[in-house]
Design a protein around this ligand. Structure first.
Ligand code: SF4
Length: 215
């Protein structure tokens, strides 16, 4: 898939958008997604209880980066935004359970796995942009505070300077209130609750997810 920009048109016919969405689903797989599907934006479950879970129990990422609650888009704002779009591509990436369970010994692999999710989001979002879907945007997984700035003392944006990874970091799906568990299950895929007491040998795999809202 090249990056040659296509002329922007205000309307797109059904055949063109269907072809583009199929291409983005394939691109997500090419970039490393385990599974990907085309979704309609009115199927995306947005729920305030998801962002409540950033505070109870308190997540390490809460309030410490520009892309995490309470600093990012609120669920109510996202619902309004999604009404202006119709199509997106949702994907999951399975990772070994020993990598997803929080353990200092696997931190490098875990950060790399989360970065891989952002590479898929960035790649598909960029392809959509250059195809003329210039309002496309995406969400990843986890907190950019750890995924991109884990070795830094702070989030640059929270200090009033520019994001160190502005073209790569995004809010996560869960940070804006998307019920990722519900989306995965509704797609017919499997996902497991992995908390701080999780044991890798009791979980088949870890599942990270991302979404690109195309048009
Ligand atoms: S500077 Fe780092 S922590 Fe802050 S928004 Fe950018 S990537 Fe996230």
């Amino acid at each position: 898939m090249g990056r040659k920009p296509k002329a922007i048109t205000l309307a797109v016919d059904e055949a063109r958008i269907a072809g583009d969405l199929r291409k983005y689903r394939e691109k997500a797989i090419e970039l490393g997604a385990t599974r990907a599907k085309i979704v309609q934006t009115d199927e995306i479950p947005v729920d305030e209880r998801v962002t409540m879970k950033c505070q109870i129990p308190l997540c390490f990422g809460y309030g410490v980066s520009a892309n995490c609650p309470p600093n990012t888009i609120k669920p109510a704002e996202l619902r309004t935004l999604l009404e202006k779009y119709q199509w997106g591509v949702f994907f999951v990436k399975e990772i070994p359970s020993g990598v997803v369970v929080r353990d200092k010994a696997t931190i490098k692999e875990r950060v790399a796995a989360y970065q891989d999710v952002y590479k898929i989001v960035n790649g598909v979002e960029s392809a959509a942009f250059y195809d003329g879907h210039y309002l496309a945007f995406g969400f990843g997984a986890g907190s950019c505070r750890h995924t991109f700035c884990g070795l830094q003392e702070d989030c640059a944006v929270m200090k009033g300077t520019k994001c160190r990874f502005s073209l790569r970091s995004r809010p996560s799906m869960e940070a804006v209130g998307i019920d990722v568990y519900r989306m995965v299950i509704s797609a017919g895929w499997s996902i497991y609750p992995i908390g701080s007491d999780a044991k890798p040998d009791e979980i088949p795999c870890g599942v990270l997810a991302g979404i690109i809202i195309v048009r």
